[in-house]
Design a protein around this ligand. Structure first.
Ligand SMILES: Nc1ncnc2c1ncn2[C@@H]1O[C@H](COP(=O)(O)OP(=O)(O)OP(=O)(O)O)[C@@H](O)[C@H]1O
Length: 256
């Protein structure tokens, strides 16, 4: 899906992190990675291994104190949180347009219109609705559309589908892949679901905890066009089994 020769959108090397206000133990221990345009990469690992911390560092919501972290020049970053975090007093369309409304300076990238994004996430008919009138899956679609408003080259997704039922979750995974195929941002995705990570990703990083490390990298060798039938294919199921086994080993080692 991606070329290995393209310049990285994000690159970090020997990236470590301690929270100063916490017990100051090491949360992330010397993580290194290069991610390129068009790549979809997932992070999976035991609870507390530092997945969210990693995304916050990449988004510059936390300061980098140890190691290096570089984004390609003029990289716009979008962030999708587990909670859709919509403003209840704004319509769906105004929520999607919010980053543009708040942005005081112009971006290099041309922003996408809220209307176009709502069409992409199949919510045109709900553009004048308020968040409380939407289902959980619809709210998450709005949240994704909002994150794409400033045409990011890098999209960070922190367990966005964790709170959704299985059916909705699978639909949204398919929609996310379609958006990715159309827009070719680099996606960094945190999840607890092996099946979800395999379905979405080009590469999966399995993390260990205490401290958090990238311990295994698995390349997903499935056709780039994936749909509901992909989940039934032996190749997909074999990769789910492979990642599950590696994750179980990591969790056993972490627990002991
Ligand atoms: N703001 C903070 N201050 C102090 N410690 C924190 C803070 N945020 C997270 N931590 C600690 O850092 C470690 C990693 O947390 P993080 O949320 O990054 O893990 P995670 O892998 O995303 O967890 P989960 O899978 O449960 O969401 C945990 O031990 C957590 O308690």
């Amino acid at each position: 899906m991606s070329s290995n020769t393209a310049a990285p959108i994000v690159e970090f090397s020997a990236l470590s992190h301690r929270y100063k206000n916490g017990d100051s133990s090491l949360v992330l221990d010397r993580l290194s990675l290069k991610a390129r345009r068009g790549e979809f990469i997932s992070f999976i690992g035991p609870s507390g291994c530092g997945k969210s911390t990693l995304l916050r560092l990449i988004a510059r919501l936390l300061p980098v104190t140890t190691g290096t972290l570089q984004l390609a020049p003029h990289t716009e970053v979008g962030f999708v949180f587990q909670d859709p975090t919509l403003l209840p007093w704004l319509t769906v369309e105004a929520n999607v347009a919010l980053p543009q409304t708040l942005r005081s300076h112009s971006t290099k990238q041309r922003p996408q219109t809220a209307k176009a994004l709502l069409a992409l996430v199949r919510l045109t008919e709900h553009s004048r609705a308020y968040p409380h009138e939407l289902s959980g899956g619809q709210k998450m679609r709005v949240s994704i559309a909002r994150a794409l408003t400033l045409s990011p080259q890098l999209l960070l997704l922190d367990e966005p589908f964790g709170a959704l039922d299985e059916m909705t979750r699978e639909h949204l995974q398919e929609e996310l892949l379609a958006l990715h195929a159309a827009q070719r941002w680099c996606g960094l995705f945190v999840t607890h679901s092996v099946a979800e990570a395999v379905f979405l990703s080009d590469r999966i990083f399995i993390m260990s905890a205490n401290p958090g490390k990238l311990v295994h990298e698995v390349s997903i060798k499935l056709p780039s066009e994936r749909d509901a039938d992909t989940r039934l294919s032996p190749a997909y199921q074999a990769q789910v089994a492979e990642v599950s086994r590696l994750l179980r080993n990591v969790e056993t080692a972490t627990a002991s």
